[in-house]
Write a protein that binds this ligand. Structure first.
Ligand code: F6P
Length: 486
């Protein structure tokens, strides 16, 4: 099978580059090994006058990475507009933050249609397309409109909210109906699956029989595939990374003090305000903990052009400075707050340095930081994960200290408990979590989804499509590129 993976954000194969997206960083090693073609946005836009979508193509492992310039006239309405100001807040149960115009929806559909046209270039008779995330809910339907009959899979990295919240998204019915063009739709958790099925049954009047929905598009299988990491590889990276200059400088600066760490995109779904409030509460209620532990909070700015994100950045900066002003000393800063991204290598070393990992989103599809924090620990002296029960990861990492991120007192108490947890309990909890990570790796996730996608079509005759000239041209270029690469 010739796999084409599609996502808005893609990652280039450079281990030392800072990475913003959980999805892009997670997919990189598996896509690299699989020989798939990975198609996404270049991050640049181009006006609509060109006939063919413009893609920069480079070798990626055994496959290739194609980065497309998206249409300038529709990019804002698609990315900042419909994807991140309507779908993102709705999927994370923040109906109060939904903002979208009909124009944004039309731009979103235009970009999905544009991507579909661009994907024809990579079509071969045995191609299967695997689309990632909420940016491309309608891409499957656009591909079908163009006559694509090959298997189409879709995986949602975010949560899927309850149907009354989804109903707050403009054009939700048309959009979700279009999702049924996919042969397979994957979710992170059973809750997301149930919310989706409930929408389909109540709003579209269709039935999901044993996870299969029948509509005018045919059959759509819906299933749960919790995404994982490569825990062994991450552990090795973490053990090596302690020698990295950034990590050793951090260690020297601690001087016996304990460290808690939080690493997030600067996003309202991550519960950053509540987390800072919990640390504030802890130092207020237990002043003896001042100077014995500080928080390193990395909050990488993202989607800055959207008002809700700009407001959060200002609010967070004010809050951190207020907490530091009240609890700090001439030689002690309670919260080290950084607005920049770090490479996976450095992050692995920072996680290993911290005695407590705080991952407290209000809602999260999975949250791979939680899994990476666990994998990065020293087995002889592991740190403690404080994890929101509203992160998808809590389903598997149930021996973390689970918290309700809305309960500031409860979080403050739990962080203090984590700081004093005896080694024997830390090891027991950590070993149980590592077992889970080992049994549900990113490699397994990738293989399970691709196998299930193939299985959805097992009875269908293979599509007999002529190879397009562009596909042939791409093959030639890819051979040349691969030859240069190795
Ligand atoms: O599923 C959500 C997601 O795709 C994550 O993988 C990633 O953290 C984030 O969204 C990327 O957002 P953006 O590309 O807008 O920075």
């Amino acid at each position: 099978m010739n796999l084409v993976v599609v996502s808005n954000r893609v990652a280039r194969g450079k281990a030392n580059e800072p990475m913003t997206g959980g999805l892009a960083a997670a997919l990189l090693p598996v896509v690299e090994n699989s020989g798939a073609i990975w198609v996404g946005s270049s991050g640049r836009v181009r006006d609509g006058s060109q006939k063919e979508p413009f893609a920069e193509i480079e070798a990626l492992g055994a496959g290739a990475l194609a980065m497309l310039d998206l249409p300038a006239a529709h990019y804002g309405g698609y990315y900042e507009g419909f994807a991140n100001s309507a779908l993102w807040p709705a999927l994370h149960s923040r109906a109060d933050l939904i903002r979208a115009s009909n124009g944004d929806y039309l731009s979103y559909r235009e970009v999905n249609a544009f991507m579909a046209r661009a994907l024809l270039r990579f079509r071969k008779p045995d191609t299967a397309y695997w689309v990632q995330d909420y940016h491309f809910l309608a891409l499957g339907a656009e591909l079908r409109k163009l006559g694509v009959t090959q298997p189409l899979g879709f995986f949602l990295h975010t949560p899927w909210a309850g149907r009354t919240i989804i109903e707050g998204v403009p054009n939700h019915r048309e959009l979700i109906e279009s999702m049924l063009a996919y042969d397979l739709i994957g979710f992170q958790t059973r809750d997301d699956w149930e919310n989706f099925v409930s929408y389909i049954e109540s709003n579209l009047g269709l039935v999901a029989q044993d996870g299969v929905i029948t509509s005018h598009f045919g059959r759509t299988h819906v299933a749960v595939f919790p995404i994982g990491i490569d825990p062994e590889k991450f552990a090795q990276q973490a053990a090596k990374a302690v020698a990295h200059p950034d990590v050793s400088r951090l260690r020297r600066s601690l001087d016996g003090e304990k460290l808690a760490i939080g690493v997030d995109r600067l996003d309202y779904s991550k519960g950053l305000i509540n987390r800072i409030n919990a640390f504030d509460r802890m130092w207020t209620v237990q002043p003896t903990l001042a100077r014995t532990v500080s928080l390193l909070q990395i909050a990488t700015p993202s989607r800055g052009a959207i008002e809700a994100y700009g407001n959060l950045q200002s609010e967070l900066a004010r809050l951190v400075s207020d907490v530091n002003g009240r609890h700090g000393e001439v030689d002690w800063t309670p919260i080290r707050y950084l607005n920049k991204g770090f490479s996976q290598t450095v992050l692995a070393g920072l996680y290993r340095t911290a005695q407590v990992g705080v991952v407290t989103p209000l809602q999260d599809g999975m949250n791979l930081v939680a899994k990476e924090y666990v994998a990065a620990q020293n087995p002889a002296d592991p740190g403690v994960l404080v994890l929101s029960k509203f992160a998808g990861a809590a389903n598997e990492l149930d021996t973390a200290l689970l918290v309700n991120p809305h309960d500031i007192d409860g979080m403050a108490r739990t962080i203090a408990t984590a700081l004093t947890m005896p080694l024997i309990e830390r090891r027991m909890r950590w070993e149980a979590m590592m077992d889970k990570l080992r049994s549900s790796t990113i490699h397994r996730w990738f293989a399970d989804f691709v196998d299930s996608l193939q299985a959805t079509r097992i009875d269908d005759a293979p599509a007999q499509l002529p190879e397009s000239d562009l596909a042939a041209e791409w093959s030639l270029r890819s051979v040349n590129l691969s030859a240069r690469h190795h």
